[in-house]
Structures are given as C-alpha cells and as structure tokens.
Design a protein around this ligand. Structure first.
Ligand SMILES: [Zn+2]
Length: 183
C-alpha cells in the first residue's frame, strides 16, 4: 500500500504553463533543471476504479465540471488531482524528460534546459486497459498510439527501469498479475 497523498500539488518554482506544440498547454522550464531534481509532486484524493468511473460519469453529465486529471497509483487505486492544477498540464512524450521517483513525484530524467517542455510518458502511470491516445510528440521514439497496456512493452520496461508508479512497477515485476482474459 502506498502512503497517502498530500491534499494538493506542488510544482518546482522554475516551471510555468505555456502553449505547447504537443497539445494545448504544457509545462516549461524557466531555468536549468539538473537530472534527478524533483519537479512535480501530485496531490489530491485517492479513488478506486469504481469511484473514478463515477467521477467520470458525473463530469460527463455536467458541462461546468472540470476535466478530471488522474493517473494510476497502485492496484485499483487512482489519484484525482484537485481541478485545474498546473501539474495536470504535463504532456505526454514517448521520450520524456521527467519520470516517476515515487507514487506521487516526477523528477528530471536528465538535465533540462530553459525553454524545454516538461513531459512524462503516460504509459508509466496508466493501468486502464481501455486507455488509448493518439500521439504526435515528434520524438523519433514516438509510438503513435499510447495505450493502457504499454507497460507490457519490454523496450519501455528496460528504458524506464523502476521509474513507474507503484502499481505498474508491481505488474512489471510480476508480483501483481492483471486479470487475464480467458479463452
Ligand atoms: Zn509520441
């Protein structure tokens, strides 16, 4: 079981939200950020899959309801961020410069230069099998389609080592097997 999240998010002071060439708005570095520096810590409320689905259903019925920023923390456990936190603007890249160092924190994967967009690979925090997203991140490593099953890819498992959220890391290490479809 992971520790409880902070009630709200924290973002490195040298990060701001700008228009992104990847998608909508994104997070950008204002100053050099050395490899290993914690950059974004997520806070909010933990929800089971059923609770998350109920939140999505409620949002779909309410045009004024904010978009739900969420990711998979552990088995059947998702974090829902408070509405409209800048941390939620972190875009996906198939060759990201941030990665997870614990259940809630993304740190610099390598040295980041001023002006660089801060990105993470959604595969490292998504365990919803139905999740699919088209990608045009521009990286030579772009997978074109990101899915909730990408954690199963050996190339990604090698590339990110232990930099996944705890639920994904458990699956990768084989201590938690997702329910398999029976023939
Ligand atoms: Zn991509």
């Amino acid at each position: 079981m992971v520790t409880a999240p902070e009630p709200d998010c924290w973002l490195h002071l040298d990060v701001e939200v700008r228009i992104s060439h990847i998608e909508g708005r994104g997070l950008f570095a204002l100053a050099p950020i050395p490899a290993g520096t914690p950059v974004s810590r997520m806070g909010g409320t933990l929800a089971t899959g059923a609770q998350l689905q109920a939140a999505f259903d409620a949002a779909a019925l309410d045009p004024a309801h904010p978009y739900i920023d969420t990711y998979t923390v552990d088995d059947d456990l998702h974090l829902i961020l408070p509405p409209r936190r800048p941390n939620g603007y972190g875009n996906h890249s198939c060759d990201p410069n941030l990665w997870w160092i614990d259940a809630y924190t993304q740190a610099a994967r390598h040295d980041i230069a001023p002006g660089d967009e801060l990105t993470n690979d959604y595969a490292t925090s998504t365990a919803i099998p139905e999740f699919r997203m088209a990608c045009a991140c521009g990286s030579p490593l772009c997978r074109r389609t990101i899915t909730g099953n990408d954690w199963q890819r050996p190339d990604l498992q090698r590339r990110y080592a232990d930099h996944w959220t705890p639920g994904l890391l458990k699956r990768i290490r084989g201590s938690s097997t997702p329910t398999a479809a029976q023939p």
